[in-house]
Design a protein around this ligand. Structure first.
Ligand code: KG4
Ligand code: ZN
Length: 336
């Protein structure tokens, strides 16, 4: 049987990325050009600036991926590209590039949902992982608890009713003056703090569903900071980070484990930028061990945005017969 070589492109937010995969799970090359330094001074991603940066970088990133893999365009079986969800201008850069490649090279085009990409990062790292399983997708834009019934067959069990978990990390970091992106900094600061110092609310924890809410936790951190300021009391930033993180992690872990047990599955996977969080990984490992569940998560580099995960998702779509035409458009609010 001939190998299937996937060239994948991702440009939905602030990373311009290209990866090349063999048979969906073997990453030959994974090039990521991040714009974090550019957006840092604005305290968050500026959509217009992101689009311009993608235009500057896309060609370089694709060429680098080909060079590093030692492959040429002739060796590519199909092109996979993120077409949503994400920033429309940013998505359009990668999508237009992918479409022109597919058209000129006469290769099949497969559009990929970015959220499906995130969960597919686990297929790369864990070669024996097969559906069905429960997955918790936690990123800057999404917080989804999903039942993966088969490749490409999903049922959303729950999601956030307001802010995404990563968004809460970013907003709390901003309020503490810690910079962007907030997740990694809060994670580091929390290591030196006491997670029981402040009792932030665990929203939705005792409700009998799988939905989340993080804007309440974020607001109570802001209220706490304001009240400390009014009282002219000193804020221990490390304690705020540790206590906030503990509240978020508590809700995420307990709901994910409940879903896994309720549905009778044995495996939980984590994915998305927040899956890089050390407290989430630790707490989840501890609870899964206690419950006899198998926990899997990708390495850090495959948690945050990358094209390898898009390639893995695109490969399964491809072998399941999905093809897209030149009319494929960017869908900023695409659902999984
Ligand atoms: O998956 P991702 O790169 O982009 C989206 O699709 O949204 O996720 C980025 C998000 C940011 O909100 C960032 O603060 C968060 O992931 N993040 C973390 C950590 N590393 C990244 N959050 C908590 N702890 C971390 N170590
Ligand atoms: Zn993402």
């Amino acid at each position: 049987k001939e190998d299937i070589i996937t060239l994948a492109i991702e440009s939905s937010c602030d990373e311009t990325a290209c990866a090349i995969l063999k048979n969906g799970r073997e990453v030959l090359t994974n090039i990521i050009s991040t714009q974090i330094e550019t957006h840092k001074k604005f305290g968050g991603v500026v959509p217009e600036v992101a689009s311009r940066k993608h235009i500057e970088n896309i060609d370089i990133v694709v060429q680098e991926a080909l060079d590093e893999s030692g492959l040429g365009f002739d060796d590519i079986t199909h092109i996979a590209v993120t077409y949503g969800p994400g920033l429309v201008g940013a998505l359009l850069v990668g999508l237009s590039y992918a479409k022109s490649l597919a058209f000129t090279l006469n290769k099949d085009l497969v559009g990929v949902n970015h959220i499906e990409g995130h969960l597919s990062a686990n297929y790369i790292e864990h070669k024996d992982l097969k559906p069905p399983f429960i997955t918790l997708i936690v990123s800057g834009g999404h917080t989804h608890l999903v039942e993966v019934k088969d490749y490409g067959v999903y049922e959303i069990l729950g999601k956030t009713k307001d802010d995404a978990s990563g968004e809460a990390f970013d907003k709390v970091a901003r309020a503490l003056g810690l910079g962007y992106p907030g997740g990694p900094i809060v994670d580091q600061m929390a290591k030196k703090g006491n997670p029981e110092a402040i009792d932030f609310p665990r929203a939705c924890l005792h409700e009998n569903d799988y939905d989340f809410s993080f804007s309440g936790i974020k607001s109570s951190v802001l209220n706490y900071l304001n009240s400390m300021k009014m009282k002219k009391k000193e804020v221990v930033v490390e304690d705020v980070c540790a206590s906030f993180q503990a509240a978020v992690v508590d809700v995420l872990t307990q709901k994910a484990i409940k879903a896994c047990k309720d549905k009778g599955y044995k495996t939980i996977t984590l994915s998305g930028g927040v899956a890089a969080n050390s407290a989430l990984r630790e707490k989840m490992s501890e609870l899964c061990k206690k419950e006899g569940l198998d926990l899997k998560y990708p390495p850090m580099i495959l948690c945050t945005d990358n094209a390898a995960m898009i390639g893995a998702a695109g490969y399964y779509r491809y072998i399941n017969g999905r093809r897209d035409g030149m009319d494929l458009n960017a869908v900023p609010n695409l659902k999984i």
